[in-house]
Design a protein around this ligand. Structure first.
Ligand code: CTP
Length: 408
């Protein structure tokens, strides 16, 4: 296993992508490309009106498979095509879905290839509506969607914004990242369903004056990968982030903080309501004791002395307060990593310690890979190879799942 291995639940999966008529149909091209990029085998079915908005040639080129249209429109007039395409499908995704298709699906009408296929599949199904704001708000559309949801369909809600028709409101096709995240979650094993996981990420910033701060090299990528992986595996995820500028994974509840004190306040407040805390953040141990209200001037001085005072050790505090929560700590070290990691695990009363030597190539700050060793309170240790951070995140979640406290 090398760093090139990417965790991919879509790899090899057969996805039927239904494309209906609407301005958002052009976005199906990008969606198709992203699904293929993550390894899915995509079979596109277009409705007749869908073909008015985007050509089958675009989607057959991007998917690498012929685009299927209405049963009797195609040259071979194969009456069993809906059964054949449904065979072995892992997911049916209809994006964009019009009010018309939603109505037909809810009523069980099967009068074209997409609707007959929708009845023939046995796999999970997702629908991503896109339409005018007033159409989307109509009681009949909402009731149809509620009916589909009740029958097990996943609904990827549209976004609010300016719509193609110029109106403003809810009705714009969900973002591609939202659709992709929902697809991954639908295809992932939901082994964290019902669990509430709090993840902290990034390096805190401690102000020195209004324009300067003390911080560290943490990028937040490891914490974000953990939040994404946990959400895709069914958890309810809260991300307390001190990393500015990273796009939060879709589906997670995010709280942006800056200082160790702000992070401490938020994490301690949420602690009673979660099952697991993963402290991937690099929290400042010290902060300027007296931040200066105005910008510090050079003023011809030879030295500038700043007095630092300790911050709250959040993880240690959680270790004292914990009841049945699982605590996962991180230790980024530059020397005697395992020894230091083991000491911290004991001192902070954590259930799993993720140790990395940041001087190793590919395991430092800001990289997309990491090489960690997992330490357990009973002395067991598990050294993982150099892996993409998303893969490391999944392995950490596997380890958490196997902890006796969570297995109960
Ligand atoms: N941590 C924390 N609050 C702090 C400092 C650290 O919650 N004020 C957490 C980190 O999020 C991490 C773990 O404690 O999960 C270990 O952090 P690290 O900085 O490696 O250890 P320290 O205890 O600060 O020890 P040192 O800096 O001396 O290595």
């Amino acid at each position: 296993m090398g760093p090139e291995k990417i965790v991919n639940v879509l790899q090899g999966k057969k996805i039927i992508l239904g494309v209906c008529g609407g301005i958002a149909a052009y976005k199906a091209a990008d969606l198709c490309r992203l699904l293929v990029k993550e390894g899915a085998r995509v079979h596109v079915i277009m409705t007749r009106s869908g073909r008015e908005f985007i050509t089958p040639l675009t989607l057959s080129t991007l998917s690498g498979n012929p685009v299927l249209t209405d049963t009797f429109d195609s040259e071979d007039r194969n009456p069993l095509v809906h059964i054949e395409v449904a065979e072995g499908a892992d997911l049916l995704l209809i994006a964009p879905a019009t009010a018309n298709i939603i109505g037909k699906l809810a009523a069980g009408i099967a009068d074209d290839l997409l609707t007959t296929t929708a009845l023939a599949v046995t796999c999970p199904a997702l629908v991503a509506p896109a339409m005018n704001v007033n159409m989307y708000a109509k009681a009949v559309v909402q009731e149809n969607l509620a009916l589909l949801q009740k029958r097990g369909w996943g609904i990827i809600e549209p976004e609010e914004g300016i719509l193609a028709c110029g109106a403003e409101g809810k009705g714009r096709l969900a973002s591609l990242s939202a659709i992709m995240a929902s697809v991954r979650r639908t295809l992932s094993v939901q082994d964290f369903a019902g669990r509430r996981i709090l993840v902290t990420a990034g390096g805190t910033r401690e102000p020195l004056d209004p324009v300067r701060f003390l911080s560290n090299r943490s990028s937040g990528k490891m914490g974000y990968a953990l939040a994404r992986a946990a959400w895709e595996r069914g958890a309810r995820v809260i991300l307390v982030s001190a990393a500015p500028g990273l796009e939060p994974p879709w589906g997670v509840e995010i709280y942006q903080v800056e200082t160790a004190a702000e992070m401490a306040e938020r994490v301690l407040e949420l602690f009673p309501y979660v099952d697991v805390v993963i402290k991937a953040a690099a929290v400042a141990d010290f902060r300027p004791a007296q931040p200066v209200p105005e910008k510090i001037k050079k003023g011809g001085r030879e030295f500038l002395t700043v007095t630092l005072e300790p911050t709250v050790d959040i993880l240690a505090e959680l270790g004292k307060r914990k009841e049945k929560q699982i605590l996962v700590g991180f230790a980024a070290e530059t020397d005697r990593a395992l020894e230091h990691g083991a000491q911290k695990m004991k001192a902070k009363n954590v259930d799993l310690m993720v140790v990395n030597d940041v001087t190793r190539e590919g395991a430092g700050f800001g990289t997309d890979t990491n090489q960690v060793t997992l330490l357990y309170p009973d002395g067991r240790r598990e050294e993982l190879p150099l892996l993409p951070k998303l893969e490391v995140a999944h392995q950490i979640l596997d380890a958490i799942k196997a902890l006796p406290a969570l297995a109960e």
